[in-house]
Design a protein around this ligand. Structure first.
Ligand code: WT7
Length: 650
């Protein structure tokens, strides 16, 4: 009887594609067969079919100098033309590219013809500001159409964009501007968030005071109508320059390996890494996965990815993938709960969204609020749901499918990283049987394996470290200005295999389950944060003597930042109340790095657990932060220390 129940449960937890969905699906088994037969020819074929090349390539992959890959390197294309002009030339100029929705409820529909026009004008403005091929342009904008326009205008010129998420602080912005030596910053006066205008231009002003001075001009979109200081030698209004610029711009083609963008992400050290992506391979895999993983039918779908363009998801699945595929999509400026908790579902209803791509942390917060909120809206247009950023627990998967998706539509869990550029592991809707909680299988043309710590492949069922065993088209081409760090971080551990930094398990069906990071990188609400970066921010505060940060599991955000801080003896007498100190330090991290890095808790302690060689044992602090029995303490220099610390937390 029990075995029968188990069996039934197993069956429930596996979902076959419905025959109706399968019949109309973009993807089919043939993709796997083609990729297995000749992986390189498979990608060459995708690159030729999905993109328009000014000069066709004859070489697919050059891996003669690993880990520096070149894809399609004798071909030439213009990425912006692929996302814009070619659709207009194909007669699709009147198709809506963006249904933009501002947080306060203002909205704009922008067609492919209009978007192309605007990008050409922005490109001409950037030329006037001296931007040339290979120059770096920092973009610090809210989720408004000008963010998409700016990225494409930079790409059109063969310049390199570095988008910095609008929630990052002046310090974080300054260090990114300096690392890339950006010559222009594109920003807005402010944007809307949680019903208020948050200022951006003032943050840019502050960042430029701190920065080394590479920036010549700041191009400013008027959005928040908040007051801003103006430096007439440096600052230029978008509505005075772009609006009046010529809408004629002849785009030239660039080599497939021409740099497209830099995007900073947290690593295991305090300094963020500038992940570098190039043109032809990146666009091929972004377009391929966007089409096949999301079953995109561009003539009828309304697609919505809720990510901000400040993250890789916004680059690949708001800008490059969807626009290369000629999709119609929603772009939303604000937060999910403003002005009311049903805001997202209202947007789905308003635009008839058919494909929704979001993060588990959002799904879990909606779960907490209850199903009556989404049920007030008509969500029946939805036909596919996607998830990204962290493992989606089976309960959240089921809730997403039932409450948002009405019970029978596919949910795809997509695993990838800033570094991989595009989706690497995911089911293909209409093809793969779905299994809640597992990201499942590599997409066609991608080679993934699970290795032991010593590099031996884990055969069959079992756990280990996730690697990519073959180069892939959208892989990072390096870390900006630091080839050594690129090799060390990803390639030193296993030689010719890419080490992703994630733990993973393969189940009896061969499906892959992601188990979280194995390094000192935390995942908070699907965003990457480095323990080292937050620790150095804490230590930079005049009160702090020492700090240790851990990622503790959190019901809503996946992980949360928890810090343990020892105050300087000289300061202890000035600090009246440990609560006050902990509040001050939380605020400090938020101003230094950005609100996403603000610790959930800062515990003021007198000691930290250390090994005899002086290494902080974060594992034990994580036990404390998660309210667990403290694990093995035998390697501590002072084995009684954990009792002392936990007594202090009580
Ligand atoms: C890290 C990459 C890729 C866009 C968003 C995050 C975790 C990402 C999943 C998933 C389990 C996931 C990994 C990865 N991650 N997607 N579907 N299941 N974990 O990009 O900021 O570069 O972070 O996010 O730990 O290494 P990112």
């Amino acid at each position: 009887m029990n075995a029968q129940i188990d069996h039934a449960l197993e069956e429930i937890r596996r979902f076959r594609p419905s025959p109706e969905f399968a019949a109309q699906a973009v993807a089919d088994e043939g993709l796997y067969d083609a990729a297995r037969t000749d992986r390189l020819e498979f990608w060459a074929d995708q690159a030729r079919t999905l993109l328009q090349w000014e000069k066709p390539f004859t070489r697919t992959l050059d891996w003669s100098n690993p880990p520096f890959a070149k894809w399609f390197d004798d071909g030439e294309l213009n990425v912006a033309v692929n996302c814009l002009d070619r659709h207009v030339d194909a007669g699709l100029g009147d198709r809506v590219a963006l249904h933009w929705e501002g947080e306060p409820g203002d909205s704009r529909d922008i067609t492919y013809a209009e978007l192309t026009d605007e990008v050409k004008r922005a490109a001409n403005t950037l030329i006037d500001l001296g931007v040339r091929e290979g120059d770096r342009v920092a973009i610090y904008l809210p989720m408004i159409p000008e963010a998409v326009v700016s990225m494409l205008a930079v790409a059109r010129l063969g310049a390199i964009h570095s988008v910095v998420f609008g929630g990052f602080s002046a310090d974080s912005l300054a260090s990114r501007i300096d690392d890339a030596e950006a010559s222009v910053v594109i920003t807005a006066d402010g944007g809307y968030r949680k019903g208020r205008v948050f200022p951006l231009k003032p943050v840019v002003d502050e960042a430029l005071e701190k920065s080394a001075g590479s920036v010549r001009n700041v191009l400013v979109v008027r959005r928040g109508e908040n007051e801003v200081d103006w430096n007439a030698d440096r600052d230029v209004w978008w509505h005075e320059s772009v609006a009046t610029a010529s809408n004629e711009h002849e785009a030239r083609a660039f080599e497939a390996e021409h740099p497209l963008f830099i995007l900073y992400t947290s690593g295991t050290t305090g300094k963020p890494k500038g992940i570098l992506h190039t043109s032809g391979g990146y666009l091929t895999q972004a377009a391929f996965t966007h089409r096949n993983v999301f079953d995109l039918h561009p003539e009828r779908d309304v697609y919505w990815c809720t990510a901000d363009v400040g993250w890789i998801t916004g680059h690949s699945y708001v800008v490059y993938g969807p626009l290369a595929n000629g999709a119609t999509q929603v772009l939303y400026e604000g937060t999910p709960d403003t002005p009311h908790p049903g805001r997202w579902w209202e947007i789905v209803e308003k635009y008839g969204v058919t494909i929704l791509y979001t993060a588990p942390t959002a799904i879990r917060s909606f779960m907490k609020l209850g199903r009556q909120i989404p049920h007030e809206f008509n969500l029946r247009t939805l036909r596919l749901l996607g998830s990204v950023g962290e493992p989606i627990n089976p309960e959240a998967w089921i809730w997403y499918r039932h409450v948002i998706g009405g019970g029978s539509i596919p949910v795809v869990d997509t695993w990838w990283q800033t570094e991989t550029g595009a989706i690497m592991i995911s089911a293909l809707p209409g093809v793969t049987d779905l299994k809640p909680g597992s990201a499942q299988v590599p997409v066609p043309g991608i080679s993934i394996d699970i290795l032991d710590d010593d590099g031996t492949a884990v055969e069959g069922e079992g756990g280990g470290l996730l690697v990519a065993t073959e180069p892939w088209p959208s892989m990072l081409r390096g870390i900006w200005g630091d080839p050594e760090r690129f090799k060390e971080t990803y390639w030193e551990k296993f030689g010719d295999k890419y080490f992703a930094g994630d733990g993973a398990r393969r189940d009896e069906d061969g499906d892959i389950w992601l188990l979280g990071r194995v390094d000192d990188v935390m995942n908070v609400s699907g965003h990457r944060l480095s323990t080292a970066e937050i620790e150095s921010s804490l230590v930079a505060h005049p009160w702090t003597a020492e700090a240790a940060v851990v990622g503790a599991s959190d019901e809503t955000t996946g992980q949360a930042v928890v810090a343990f801080v020892i105050l300087k003896a000289s300061q202890v007498s000035h600090v009246n109340d440990p609560m006050e100190a902990s509040e001050e330090l939380r605020r400090h991290v938020a101003t230094q790095i950005g609100a996403i890095a603000r610790p959930r808790q800062v515990f003021i302690v007198n000691e930290l657990p250390k090994t005899r060689s002086g290494k902080i044992m974060r594992r034990l602090l994580r036990d404390l932060a998660e309210g667990r029995e403290v694990g093995d303490t035998t390697t501590l220099a002072d084995t009684s220390i954990m009792e002392v610390i936990s007594a202090q937390l009580r």
